[in-house]
Design a protein around this ligand. Structure first.
Ligand SMILES: [Fe+2]
Length: 303
């Protein structure tokens, strides 16, 4: 597996390598720093006088979940967040007229057992493609405050080419949106939502723990098996992630290989164009739709 650090590739060439399992690590760019700062401002405003990395020492998990259930949507829908993503894409030489992105998520990983479900879900090993992500999806991930090996995110490279038995056949993106996502704030101690999971033991090692400074970020294919590293530090991790697809690859159905995903539905309608935030052309979306989007009669972007 190749890890490219601050490499200068054209976006097209970079995407081809990402579909082959490469990871790209980027130093902070002017606009990634702005996105990082926006997240910090909102986090610090939400927790007031409490150090956001030590909230677990100052309040109940229920109270933290309440605060996060206001903070996270506020970040997701903040107009400046979209603007900074546009800037980040331009910083990396992406063609904004052909690059589509979805809203950025703000994630938290609290130490120990404090809060790891619902609004602060600690992700078990998964591929985003088990969650109806398209195979041309590229994930972008960035820490908001300094992280270490005990509170980061990990990629499990051996499973790039090795299938994992999993329950993705039970997952439909449109059904999930209709039934589960809006209730994330209610799952404080235990998460009862049905999610695609490995159905056999997964060996987490060898694993890549990519530890970069706040505002630095990395890209990897949605088909990589990855997970939240159990937080054994005493500091909460805050991170931002968002996803992109390239229009040319959407049309040609180019992307990472599918070795074990069996979910239905598609998250493709969540992506908006880098220039004017319009959705993908309906003919392009139709290439990924399987009829279940009508069955669960709710546009995914309405959530
Ligand atoms: Fe993921």
């Amino acid at each position: 597996m190749n890890v490219f650090i601050d490499s200068r590739f054209s976006d097209d060439n970079r995407n081809k390598l990402l579909y082959d399992g490469a990871i790209f690590v980027h130093a902070p760019s002017p606009n990634s720093l702005k996105l990082c700062q926006l997240a910090r401002d909102l986090v610090e405003e939400a927790f007031g006088l409490v150090d956001p990395r030590r909230v677990q020492a100052s309040m109940s998990a229920e109270r933290a979940a309440e605060i996060l259930s206001v903070l996270k949507p506020k970040f997701i829908h903040h107009p400046k967040a979209k603007e900074h993503i546009q800037g980040m894409l331009a910083d990396l030489g992406c063609d904004l007229a052909k690059t589509y992105f979805d809203v950025p998520r703000l994630r938290t990983a609290f130490p120990g057992e404090y809060l790891k479900s619902g609004i602060a879900y600690a992700f078990h090993p998964h591929r985003d493609t088990w969650y109806s992500a398209p195979f041309c999806q590229i994930n972008w991930w960035m820490p908001v405050y300094a992280i270490g090996s005990e509170n980061c995110m990990a990629i499990h490279p051996r499973y790039w080419s090795e299938p994992v038995r999993n329950s993705s056949s039970q997952y439909n993106y449109h059904k999930w949106n209709m039934e589960s996502r809006h209730s994330a704030g209610q799952h404080v101690k235990q998460d009862t939502r049905v999610q695609p999971r490995p159905a056999e033991p997964v060996e987490l090692d060898p694993q890549f723990k990519l530890i970069c400074e706040p505002g630095a970020f990395y890209q990897f294919s949605a088909a990589h098996l990855h997970s939240t590293v159990p937080n054994t530090s005493d500091l909460t991790r805050y991170s931002i992630d968002f996803r992109t697809v390239h229009l040319d690859d959407v049309w040609t159905r180019t992307g990472a290989p599918n070795i074990d995903s069996a979910c239905t539905g598609t998250s493709m309608s969540d992506f908006v164009k880098g220039t004017d935030f319009s959705r993908l052309p309906s003919e392009a979306l139709a290439l990924y739709q399987d009829g279940t989007e009508l069955q669960y009669n709710l546009p995914s972007h309405a959530i």
